[in-house]
Design a protein around this ligand. Structure first.
Ligand SMILES: [Zn+2]
Length: 367
C-alpha cells in the first residue's frame, strides 16, 4: 500500500489520521451572510475508498442527521470517547459526512427549499440555475463527484413511517453489494426518480444507496441505531474499518409492491404496526365517521410484509395507508418464525427476490 496523501477539500487540507469540521460554501443568505453546508471529513491513515454519507436532503427528515451524529460521536455525543465509531487513525480511505444537506429547508421544518423546490429532484443541478439547483450543483460537484460511494439518508413524510429499507438499483452490482452489506431486512429495487441524488450519482459512476427509516420531524432511536449499524456494515464491507458485517436473519429483495389506499375519507385506526406480517384478506385498518363509528375497512390484498404505514389519522379517499410487499405463503411462515428468533442467529440467512406481477415499482410511484 502506498503512502496516504493529504485530502484536499475545496482548498482545506486534511492530513492522514485526522478529522476536520468544515463547510461547503453555497453563496449568501437574504441577510447577505455567507451560507454554507456543514461537512465533516475523516481521513484515514491507509488507502481506501472515499464514501459520502448525506442526511437531510429533505429538511424535515431528521433521522439521517441523528445517524451521522451517533456514527461519529456515539450515544454520548462527546468527541474522543470510547463509543466513537470511527477512528481516523484506523480508517482506510476517507469518509465525508454531511449531517444537513438542505440547511434552509431544515430551518423551516420543511421537506423543500425556501423556493419550494425538492432538492432531491434537481440533481446534478446547475451553477446558474434556481436556488435549489445551485445547492444541488454545489453538493454534486464538491461531494458526490469526489466520492467512490454514496449513502443518502431519508425518512417517510410526516404522515407515514417506513420500516428500515435500502433502496438501490439492484441491476448495478456495486449498488447491490453495498445495499446488502447495509443489512436491512428489506431492499427495494429502484433507480430512484429522475433528479434524485442516488440516480444521478450512480449514473456518473458513484454507486449510491438510499436508506428510508422511520418518520420525519424527529429522532427515532431504532432508526438511528439501525442507520449507524448499516453504515458501519458498509464501511466494513469496503474494508475501510475492521468489523464483522452484521447480517439480518432474513432478507427480501423487492421488485414490486402494493400501496393499499383508503377507500373512503374519515378517521383512520390502524390495527397492525409497520413491519407486521399480514394475510390476504386481513383487515389492517378501519375508517370511522366523525362520531367514531366504523364505516369501512382497509384490507390487505396479498400475503405480505408491511414496509410503510400511515401514522396520522385524517384520510381522504385514495390516501396511502400501507405499503405491502407481497410474500409467498411458505416464505411468510419462515419470516414469522425467524422474527421470533434472536437477532444475530443469521448463520442461515435466507434471501428471496420478490417479484409481484400485479404490483408497481417504486420508480413509478415515488413522488
Ligand atoms: Zn426524503
Amino acid at each position: 500500500m502506498g503512502e496516504v496523501k493529504n485530502f484536499n477539500f475545496c482548498g482545506e487540507i486534511i492530513t492522514p489520521g485526522t478529522r476536520l469540521d468544515t463547510a461547503l460554501p453555497i453563496g449568501s443568505d437574504p441577510m447577505g451572510q455567507s451560507a454554507e453546508i456543514p461537512i465533516q471529513i475523516l481521513h484515514g491513515t491507509k488507502t481506501g475508498p472515499i464514501i459520502s454519507v448525506i442526511g437531510a436532503i429533505h429538511g424535515d427528515e431528521l433521522n439521517g442527521t441523528g445517524i451521522i451524529h451517533h456514527l461519529v460521536y456515539g450515544d454520548d455525543h462527546r468527541p474522543g470517547t470510547s463509543d466513537d465509531h470511527i477512528d481516523p487513525n484506523k480508517l482506510s480511505g476517507t469518509v465525508l459526512l454531511v449531517p444537513v444537506a438542505n440547511v434552509d429547508a431544515m430551518m423551516m421544518n420543511s421537506r423543500t427549499s425556501p423556493d419550494g423546490r425538492d432538492l432531491n429532484r434537481v440533481f446534478p443541478g446547475t451553477a446558474d440555475g434556481s436556488q435549489t439547483s445551485r445547492l444541488a450543483h454545489a453538493i454534486f460537484t464538491h461531494i458526490v463527484k469526489k466520492s467512490d460511494y454514496l449513502i443518502d439518508l431519508h425518512t417517510a413524510p410526516y404522515t407515514r413511517m417506513n420500516v428500515p429499507q435500502i433502496r438501490a438499483d439492484l441491476e448495478n452490482s456495486k449498488c447491490k453489494r453495498i445495499a446488502r452489506a447495509f443489512g436491512t431486512k428489506v431492499i427495494m429495487n429502484s433507480k430512484g426518480p429522475k433528479g434524485s441524488i442516488r440516480r444521478e450519482a450512480t449514473k456518473v459512476g458513484v454507486p449510491a444507496i438510499l436508506l428510508e427509516s422511520g418518520s420525519s420531524h424527529r429522532f427515532e432511536k431504532d432508526a438511528v441505531e439501525g442507520g449507524v449499524k448499516g453504515i458501519l456494515n458498509v464501511l466494513a464491507k469496503l474494508k475501510m474499518i475492521e468489523r464483522e458485517v452484521e447480517k439480518p436473519n432474513w432478507r427480501i429483495l423487492v421488485r414490486k409492491f402494493r400501496w393499499v389506499r383508503s377507500p373512503v375519507g374519515g378517521i383512520l385506526h390502524t390495527l397492525v404496526p409497520g413491519g407486521a406480517v399480514v394475510k390476504e384478506g386481513e383487515v389492517i385498518a378501519y375508517v370511522t365517521d366523525p362520531f367514531g363509528a366504523r364505516v369501512d375497512d382497509v384490507i390487505s390484498p396479498v400475503n405480505g410484509y408491511i414496509v410503510g404505514l400511515a401514522t396520522t389519522p385524517l384520510v381522504r379517499p385514495g390516501d396511502p395507508i400501507a405499503n405491502i410487499v407481497f410474500v409467498r405463503e411458505k416464505k411468510l411462515h419462515e419470516i414469522i418464525s425467524k422474527e421470533k428468533m434472536d437477532e444475530g442467529s443469521y448463520d442461515d440467512i435466507t434471501e428471496q427476490d420478490i417479484e409481484d406481477d400485479e404490483g408497481s415499482t417504486l420508480d413509478e410511484t415515488e413522488r
